[in-house]
Ligand binder design. Structure first.
Ligand code: ZN
Ligand code: ZN
Length: 378
């Protein structure tokens, strides 16, 4: 390639303003509109655009000054055509070959196209917490996050206007270039690589969009009303396709938005699939005499009848009082495990009453005790 300083006719110490005015003067002079059917002018025009692309970019300019290439240090110096090509940009040796096969014929002759070639923005993952009741009934939750969106002023091109977006002179708009690489084990192989000047876009920007500083993207604060369906469980993730980040540039599609839902614990009810479980403590007198107790259910409470002589550990299944199934018909059950709690202490009078009662209760009321005694006491 031509030395970009020579192409623009400026010294190595030229200021950014000097480079810019030199570029503008030459671009005007060699612009194809001013030189119809002039092949030499067209070549010159491409050359100064490529030169300006390097010298107007601090990183590329620094790379050129240091390594003689806008792309930074080259690997092995085997590259032909371009000053250098950074192999570090690929993951490793095998990737070189994958890259060739991946690009195939499309890569050699045209713009990026076909399977897997569409640029896709990155996904966004956010967390949201809802209450137990909300997880059972469903809820609309306002979520806020930041994402990359295509710049509305330049439509993602990064250029100030149409005239500041020029076809790249290195790749003639293809976005890719052929490059030979000398590898000792394989001789010379020919790679198709992304154009180092336009980074695959096929275009170069002579004046950047002010809104996005040429990035083509803007960070935007997004507020989104998310409908969380009834039945969602703790740790489940909702994915909304196409609501993630936009990729750089004017083409491509947005990534996805993933919302991880965290459900706050209920003080009594525990969930397993769509059933709810709880332990219900009652006093030993309630267990003997029977009673009515209040238990929590989705959306409030209900009364549960405890029949007389209820045993400790009894399980009661209450149909349809679980969680509504997620995006399906039906509702789970509520399973209540009875825990009969013994008093920690009794006063003297109660102890006497119990003693008197114990003599009144017939021995065959205690089946387990009777069975145990028959085996141990003979
Ligand atoms: Zn813009
Ligand atoms: Zn290019």
């Amino acid at each position: 390639m031509t030395n970009p300083y020579e192409a623009l006719g400026v010294s190595k110490n030229a200021s950014a303003d000097e480079i810019k005015s030199a570029y503008r003067r030459l671009a005007k002079k060699y612009h194809p509109d001013a030189n119809p059917n002039n092949k030499a002018a067209e070549e010159k025009f491409k050359e100064i655009n490529a030169a300006y692309e390097i010298l107007s970019d601090a990183q590329k300019k620094a790379n050129f000054d240091r390594f003689g290439s806008a792309e930074g240090p080259s690997f092995g110096g085997g590259g032909a055509g371009f000053g250098g090509f950074d192999f570090g940009g690929f993951g490793g040796f095998s990737d070189i070959f994958e890259n060739i096969f991946d690009q195939g014929i499309d890569g050699l002759f045209g713009r990026r196209s076909g399977r897997g070639r569409t640029a896709r923005g990155s996904d966004i993952v956010i967390d949201t917490e809802i209450s137990f009741e909300e997880s059972c009934n469903g809820v609309t939750k306002n979520i806020v996050f930041n994402r990359n969106e295509r710049c509305p002023d330049c439509k993602g091109t990064g250029a100030k206007d149409d005239s500041s977006l020029q076809t790249c002179s290195y790749c003639h708009g293809a976005g890719q270039v052929k490059q030979t690489q000398r590898l000792s084990a394989f001789g010379v192989i020919e790679n198709v690589v992304q154009c180092p000047v336009c980074h695959g876009s096929g275009k170069i920007i002579t004046e950047k969009c002010k809104s996005c500083s040429g990035k083509g993207n803007t960070k935007k604060h997004v507020s989104y009303n998310l409908n969380i369906p009834a039945g969602i469980n703790d740790g489940q993730t909702m994915t909304i396709t196409g609501q993630g980040n936009m990729p750089d540039g004017a083409a491509g599609i947005a990534g996805d938005l993933h919302i991880r839902v965290h459900v706050a614990k209920h003080p009594i009810l525990m969930r397993e699939d769509f059933d709810l479980y709880m332990e219900l403590p009652i006093t030993f007198t309630q267990a003997i005499l029977g009673t009515k107790v209040k238990i929590p259910v989705v959306g409030g409470t209900m009364d549960l009848e405890i029949p007389p002589n209820t045993q400790n550990g009894t399980l009661r299944r209450i149909h349809g009082k679980g969680v509504k199934k997620l995006r399906a018909a039906g509702t789970g059950d509520l399973i209540v495990k009875i825990f009969v709690e013994m008093p920690k202490t009794v006063d003297k009078r109660t102890a006497q009453l119990l003693e008197a009662l114990d003599h009144d209760i017939r021995a065959d009321s205690y089946k387990k005790v009777a069975s145990y005694r028959s085996k141990v006491y003979n």
